[in-house]
Design a protein around this ligand. Sequence first.
Ligand code: BDR
Ligand code: CA
Length: 311
Amino acid sequence: MAPVRMLIDCDPGLDDAIALLTAAHVADLVGITTVNGNVGIDHTTHNALAVAEVAALDVPVHRGAAEPLVNAPADAAYVHGPSGLGSVSIPDVTRTIASDDAVSFILDAARSIEDLQLVAVGPMTNIAAAVTADPGLRSRLGGFTLMGGAAVGGNVTASAEFNIWADPEAADIVFRMMAPLTMVGLDVTHQVLLGPEERDTMRAAATPAARLAADLLDYAVDRAGELRGTAGAPIHDACAVLAVTHPELFGGSDHPVAVELTGTHTRGMTVVDSRFAPDGDALVRVLRTVDAAAVIDLIVEACTTVGPPAP
Ligand code: BDR
Ligand code: CA
């Protein structure tokens, strides 16, 4: 079967970088668009180019939004490090962006690539701008999947997950205009923890991509230990990629979902109406269960296989 053609909108970010490596192995990655999020747009764009270069990916990178629709930019450097890639430094990247118009690239790709799977793993700013410019965007896609939100709880606040919290107005537009969509939230991603064992396997593979993934994971595991008290780090964004290519590993149900925009304690919360699951198209598939061991194996396999061999 031909591989799924996938466009990833991202804010690398430790787990975004691992998601890109994963996607390059399990899918036909046709493009990367960047957005302000975990760190500023200069860093997220540089990091996307760096990952593509290290793994020798033949994939264009298009720079996107520098700030959220309404919020002031608020980063997650306390999780991902000041550059967004932990302690990894890739200063001599020779690749350059294909354009600084991520929105046009998304719209063009949706028109020209049949059955394109769009996967958003950063704040939803670019996707909201794209669907606002072309309300028919969703109808031209094979599918739309996002990493964001949660049916229960949050990570930045008690009720909000980072990607939604960082640009709630954009997320609101996306949940209203991009359904049907699949929401890969914290309910699932907090079950997929990679730790020292996976890091060691990656490091032993010794390919450029595997070494990069091991270094990213090292930092992520340390931060997760300090911030969450877990022995492994959630690699959120790779879960969204694999939910597209390996849907049999995930379980969920369809619900209306709204983004809270005004709550004093709940701005950026994804409000999942679990009272009923009506038939219909304009619903969100909320993933809740995952075969975590299988997903972890796929991430490790991807990171140790993709790109040039070990020197
Ligand atoms: C999400 O927020 C970011 O920090 C991660 O890259 C992921 O996309 C998890 O809440
Ligand atoms: Ca991300």
